[in-house]
Design a protein around this ligand. Structure first.
Ligand code: NAD
Ligand code: UDP
Ligand code: UDP
Length: 314
């Protein structure tokens, strides 16, 4: 069989770099496209000598003319502090980025997967979230650049599918963590681990009663690859995440215990529009791709803590 060329946008980021690793290990050619806004070249240094790996510094809001058999569209800042830093650019990345990658997929007849998000459900009134739920999103709030950008990207994917017969796959990714998250990422798992390792206060926003369901990166990447390989008539959307739900306070206590830290928990204001609960219903993933997460929270934290410890000791 001919070697496939896979374009990974956002390939220098947390999830994208793990995906590049797995695709190369499978024997694919990988073209990593990233503008390194939140990505880090250190995430992909180890791939430089691989003759099947190529990096292109490029912003997906501009057109891109390359060849590929499959496209994983992951380019987009994912952490609230980063996507709210330049919200207009965030919307452009999701919307113009999707248009450009869909235009590219149309021209070269590539199959294309969108890294969508549980944020399309907003602050959900249906719990756990099923793919048929339309969501509860504030279109003018501080999270809207990300949530609505991702919702519009989904719309574009489905319209290119209906109008131009593109082969599309939409993954709705729930909170995922693991090695290669940036030190300044700002999402909860990396914040808590870094604070606990430094012995600093653990910053719980609100009362910490809000919930999230945390998926380890290896499980998530496996799900993305399986979704890409589904039959052409399967589009998703498909929830990918770990259904084990925790309060943020429980997460803080677990991190403190696993690290044996002396850190104290302090409470900070809850950011505006912060969703109160989140848990994926993964029956679609179970039935269509035979997937469910294998790594549970304590084991996954056990794999992530040494990564941050090493970074802090550098
Ligand atoms: P990340 O910030 O580590 O990675 C995003 C990558 O996209 C970075 O390398 C960044 O430099 C790049 N990028 C941003 N804007 C770009 C642009 N305009 N052009 C080219 N590259 C650009 O975040 P991540 O956690 O790896 O997330 C990857 C994708 O998965 C994102 O699309 C995110 O929305 C989605 N997602 C992630 C999670 C999660 O919990 N990690 C949850 C839901 C959805
Ligand atoms: N595009 C791209 N690479 C390609 C083909 C298209 O970046 O290989 C961009 C181009 O900027 C275009 C967008 O994708 O505006 C949408 O392409 P499409 O063919 O759907 O629309 P059109 O070119 O007709 O506007
Ligand atoms: N959070 C927190 N302390 C932090 C960072 C985040 O309590 O230092 C909370 C945040 O308010 C949210 C949850 O943890 O309720 C998950 O936040 P994150 O930014 O990781 O992801 P998202 O809100 O996008 O799910």
């Amino acid at each position: 069989m001919k070697t496939k060329t896979i374009l990974v946008t956002g390939g220098g980021g947390f999830l994208g770099s793990h995906l590049c690793d797995r695709l190369l290990a499978r024997g694919d050619e990988v073209l990593c496209v990233d503008n390194f806004f939140t990505g880090n070249k250190a995430n992909i240094y180890h791939l430089h000598d691989n003759p099947r790996f190529e990096i292109l510094r490029h912003d997906v809001t501009f057109p891109l003319y390359v060849e590929a058999d499959e496209i994983f569209n992951l380019a987009c800042p994912a952490s609230p502090i980063h996507y709210q830093f330049d919200p207009v650019q965030t919307t452009k990345t999701s919307v113009h980025g999707a248009i450009n990658m869909l235009g590219l997929a149309k021209r070269v007849k590539a199959k294309i997967l969108q890294a969508s998000t549980s944020e399309v459900y907003g602050d959900p009134e249906v719990h756990p979230q099923v793919e048929t739920y339309w969501g509860n999103v504030n279109p003018i709030g501080p999270r809207a650049c990300y949530d609505e950008g991702k919702r519009c990207a989904e719309t574009l994917f489905f319209d290119y599918h209906r109008q131009h017969k593109l082969r599309i796959k939409v993954a709705r990714i729930f909170n995922t963590y693991g090695p290669r998250m940036a030190m300044n990422d700002g999402r909860v798992v990396s914040n808590f681990i870094i604070q606990a390792l430094r012995g600093e206060d653990i910053t719980v926003y609100g009362k910490g009663e809000q919930t999230r369901s945390f998926c380890y990166v290896d499980d998530l990447v496996e799900g993305l690859m399986r979704l890409m390989d589904t039959a052409d008539d399967f589009t998703g959307p498909m929830n990918l995440g770990n259904p084990n739900e925790f309060t943020i306070l429980e997460l803080a206590e677990t991190v403190i215990r696993l690290i044996g830290s002396k850190s104290k928990i302090v409470f900070k204001p809850l950011p505006e529009n912060d969703p109160m609960q989140r848990q994926p219903n993964i029956s679609t993933a179970k039935s269509v791709i035979g997937w469910e997460p294998k790594v549970q929270l304590e084991e996954g934290l056990g794999k992530t803590i040494p990564y941050f410890r090493k970074l802090l000791n550098q």
